[in-house]
Design a protein around this ligand. Structure first.
Ligand code: ADP
Ligand code: MG
Length: 589
């Protein structure tokens, strides 16, 4: 993994708001380490001095002091455990906030390229590890340093040969083992995190599509896909635990060996009379104390690796600058004139979806766009509110390039109703108010009436508070579309784009919705894309697109009068098709 200095700096910057608490946490950790270091000193003194000299009261005093110290330590321990974690959690929450805000800023193209499940995994899992590192990391380093230094000073003063031997050979060997082993282990855990993100994304996708899976009776296929992902996940976890076990076993063994060596060498020195029995006991106690910082350090290296990996993945997203740059001019009270000048656009530098297209939509008029499926009509709609930016040419609203406007004011002025309606999980009210959260209940009801859905809502037991299920699964297609239109009435934008808003609906729903759409488009500049040509007959102008750009342009009457025009052919083809289905009567209404 490559973490540079800047990344570390940015990581540290997240400590800033929680500095005070963090320093307190470190202070408490320092005091804990200091208290731990006292115990062997007291033990040595009790064994060497108080016991041989029969100083019972001194022993009792020592016990009382230790008792007091351990009570204090319990308090410190609680503080470090609780408040230390709180620091980590707060930092994690800050990062999560930043990431979510950052995601909200990203344009459509970002979400075309990133899987939802993976993004979720980054926000939830990866940052979790960062939080652990944030507080354990500095604490571990700090406590380890204090304990190493303290133990070293005390041991050297007692018997420097043995102390130097331990600190010069045994401990470096253990650190070497843990550092090399840690690398393998963290690599394995990185694999686990990648598989976790994968399996998360897969579950998210499978569950989102469960209705399709069931209708195709493809449950078995979904299960098979899942089992394979899950097997990879299991494999990577097994591998990680294998490395972890090897590491833990190795460390345990080395610690035991160190104890044996100290007992052997110390026993010999005691036998020779170089050190006292109390000092030997103190030595053994210290060796075990020193193990604690080693454990902490290895723990730290692992946490550092994981946390920094998580942070790197966090940074990877944070570094993606939205490629749509906000403009400065505020579009206020838009007149609603739209113009496209020689616009070209492609999604991925391969094939142009729109090539050198020019058109004008005068203010307050309704212009219909007709063209082959896949011809780029939806794409064109997305260029006006700058969901994507044009590659060449320009899009103008009220005579000014849309790139000059603030995204907020531009998008406030434009309402887009699409074939596929997205409703948020919640109530009917939540979803209508999404158009203008500050709207009053009366406004909301008027909007519902205009969208011809008020009657339906009033008939429901819970009325506007009816729960519509995830993404509105409890509503029919027509009801969903009418809700989205009510939402648009509330938003009340001067520019309206209707992108095949009724294409997926049955005739009955389409007729009702058509009525509300006509009402909605009154007094607004409207761009309509309709699949069924009968619905756009009344448009002020119809633009017929082909691969070559604008093919024909005019009113229905003008275009239909052209003997061999493209529009006439399309219209006649559709008309005969529909009359074959026996709905000619409806069309003639
Ligand atoms: P229409 O609305 O006229 O049916 P679209 O604008 O939806 O057509 O699509 C035009 C072309 O652009 C199609 O070939 C489609 O495959 C491609 N396309 C649409 N959306 C994307 C996208 N997000 N990324 C890449 N290609 C896309
Ligand atoms: Mg489309």
């Amino acid at each position: 993994m490559n973490y540079d200095k800047d990344m570390l700096k940015r990581f540290i910057s997240y400590y800033r708001p929680h500095k005070r608490l963090f320093y307190l946490d470190l202070l408490a950790a320092f005091l804990m380490a200091a208290i731990e270091l006292c115990y062997p000193v007291f033990t040595t003194r009790v064994i060497d001095e108080y016991i041989p000299n029969g100083m019972l009261s001194a022993i009792l005093v020592t016990v009382a002091i230790l008792l007091g110290l351990y009570v204090i330590m319990a308090g410190l321990n609680y503080f470090v455990n609780y408040w230390g974690h709180v620091v980590g959690v707060r930092m994690e929450a800050d990062m999560r906030d930043d990431m979510f805000k950052h995601l909200q800023k990203q344009p459509f193209s970002f979400f075309d390229a990133h899987r939802t499940g993976k993004l979720m995994s980054r926000i939830i899992n990866d940052l979790n590890e960062v939080s652990e590192l944030a507080h354990h990391g500095p604490e571990d380093i700090f406590i380890s340093f204090v304990m190493f230094a303290g133990a070293f000073v005390i041991l050297v003063r007692q018997e420097w040969h043995l102390a130097v031997g331990i600190f010069a050979f045994a401990i470096p060997a253990m650190i070497w083992f843990s550092v090399t082993q840690r690398k393998k282990m963290s690599l394995a855990f990185k694999g686990v995190r990648e598989e976790t993100a994968d399996i998360n994304a897969q579950i998210e996708n499978s569950l989102a599509g469960i209705r399709v899976a069931k209708s195709y009776t493809n449950e078995a296929h979904e299960i098979e896909k899942f089992i394979q992902g899950n097997r990879r996940f299991r494999g990577s976890k097994n591998h990680a635990y294998k490395e972890m076990s090897f590491f833990a076993t190795g460390m345990g063994f080395l610690i035991s060996m160190l104890n044996v060596i100290v007992l052997g060498a110390g026993g010999y020195l005691t036998y020779r009379g170089t050190i006292t029995v109390g000092e030997l006991t103190g030595f053994l106690l210290y060796i075990n104390l020193v193990m604690q910082p080693i454990r902490r350090l290895t723990n730290f290296t692992q946490q550092f690796e994981q946390g920094m990996n998580g942070f790197a993945r966090f940074e990877e997203i944070m570094r993606v600058e939205p490629d749509i740059v906000d403009g400065k001019r505020v579009l206020e009270k838009a007149r609603g004139e739209i113009e496209m000048k020689h616009v070209s656009f492609d999604y991925n530098d391969k094939e142009k979806v729109i090539r050198d297209l020019s058109l004008v939509i005068p203010k307050g008029r309704t212009v219909a766009l007709v063209g082959p499926s896949g011809g780029g009509k939806t794409t064109l709609c997305h260029l006006i509110p700058r969901f994507y930016d044009v590659d060449e040419g320009e899009v103008l609203v009220d005579g000014i390039n849309v790139k000059d406007y603030t995204l907020n004011s531009l998008r406030t002025a434009i309402g887009l109703v699409q074939q596929e309606v997205f409703l948020f999980t919640g109530t009917i009210k939540d979803n209508i108010l999404y158009g203008r959260p500050s709207a009053t209940d009366a406004d909301m009801k008027t909007a519902a009436e205009n969208a011809h859905i008020a009657e339906f809502i009033d008939g429901l037991a819970d009325g506007y508070d009816t729960w519509i299920g995830e993404k509105g699964v409890r509503l029919s297609g027509g009801q969903k579309q009418r809700l989205s239109i009510a939402r648009m009435f509330l938003k009340n934008p001067p520019i309206l784009i209707l992108d095949e808003a009724t294409s997926s609906l049955d005739n009955e729903s389409e007729k009702i919705i058509q009525k509300s759409l006509v009402q909605l488009s009154k007094g607004r500049t409207t761009l309509v894309i309709a699949h069924r040509l009968s619905t756009i007959r009344n448009a002020d102008m119809i633009i017929v697109l082909s691969d070559q750009g604008v093919e024909e342009q005019g009113t229905h009457e003008e275009l239909y009068a052209k003997a061999d025009g493209l529009y006439k052919r399309l219209y006649d083809a559709q008309f005969s098709l529909e009359s074959n289905r026996g709905i000619q009567g409806e069309l003639n209404e």
